[in-house]
Design a protein around this ligand. Structure first.
Ligand code: ZN
Length: 143
């Protein structure tokens, strides 16, 4: 999570994600939100999947660690990719409570509706001591 937070801090909208090989524990890719480029789908998780795809990485061998709970778009992309596990810091509910625009639907709800194969392991609220400050700061700027 500290690596994902470092990545998030490089972005205008502080969302970051890293990809970890579940066998070796090696961090193999990182990405940040880049929607200011004009691509509304350029969330950290989608950017991460794109980076992984260009390198031919197999998602069932990888876990995604994201600073915030994947939105429904990213959740769908992660499920379609067949990622093994997802860990996230700040929840969508918390982002919504902070007044940040969000599609407030839990990742687990979306995963429950998937028939794409084994659902990823999910851990939420990971290191929110590191991730919540990103969004508290963002909320102050957004107001
Ligand atoms: Zn997203």
């Amino acid at each position: 999570m500290p690596q994902a937070v470092t990545c998030a801090r490089t972005a205008r909208w502080p969302f970051g994600a890293v990809l970890v090989n579940v066998n070796s524990g090696e961090l193999v890719a990182r990405a940040a939100n880049s929607v200011e480029s004009g691509d509304a789908t350029a969330h950290a998780e989608v950017n991460l999947l794109r980076a992984a795809a260009t390198r031919g990485l197999r998602m069932p061998e990888h876990a995604v660690v994201s600073t915030a709970e994947p939105c429904p778009m990213c959740a769908g992309a992660l499920l379609w990719a067949g990622v093994r596990a997802v860990a996230f810091g700040t929840s969508n509910a918390r982002l919504t409570a902070l007044g940040l625009p969000q599609i407030n639907m839990p990742f687990t709800s979306i995963a429950r509706h998937s028939s794409l194969g084994p659902p990823p392991a999910v851990a939420g609220g990971v290191r929110t001591d590191l991730t919540d400050p990103l969004y508290e700061e963002m909320a102050r700027r957004y107001r």
